[in-house]
Design a protein. Structure first.
Length: 173
């Protein structure tokens, strides 16, 4: 794992979580159990804490950062797609952040909300629970139905299994 202390702030990673050796986890970061943190991800808590819940996937090349006096909270069973940027935001349980999306400072993504690929959730914008949003800036597309929820639940299961697979079988050659 690529964990780095900054002054007296040290990352805390729970058992059963895979952090790629090519990721950088810096400062006051707390990552729950069963998470998968991909190569190139940077989780940098040099101002305020970053709290990542259980069974969350932060995919390749994501950036997660906090601001002074604004901690970043990412819930349980969250999926953050490749290349997304999360900046001192709050992301509730089961949310999905699409690839390349930007989640602005002090914004909130609600329970089971889905932010489409390449979208921008502006600073202090609130995304309602169980909605799908997309665009620049992110706008309401439709409510989340049970079929989409089942689809994403299966994807979240795949990342829980991937964390286990990487912990058991990942090795340099």
């Amino acid at each position: 794992m690529s964990l780095y202390a900054l002054e007296n702030m040290r990352p805390n990673v729970a058992d059963g979580t895979f952090v790629s050796p090519a990721a950088h986890v810096i400062g006051d970061v707390h990552i729950g159990t069963g998470c998968w943190i991909g190569p190139g991800a940077v989780i940098r808590a040099d101002f305020s804490p970053i709290l990542v819940g259980d069974y969350t996937a932060i995919e390749e090349n994501c950036v997660v950062h906090s601001q002074p006096d604004i901690e970043c909270r990412i819930g349980d069973f969250v999926t953050i797609g490749h290349g997304a940027i999360i900046h001192a935001a709050s992301i509730d349980d089961y949310a999905t952040i699409g690839m390349g999306s930007v989640i602005g400072m002090d914004s909130r993504v609600g329970l089971w909300a889905i932010v489409g690929e390449g979208s921008v959730v502006k600073s202090r914008q609130a995304i309602a629970p169980e909605t799908i949003v997309a665009g620049v800036p992110a706008r309401f597309i439709r409510n989340l139905d049970e079929e989409r929820k089942a689809f994403w639940q299966d994807g979240k299961r795949l990342y829980r299994e991937l964390a286990r697979r990487y912990l058991e079988g990942f090795r340099p050659l």
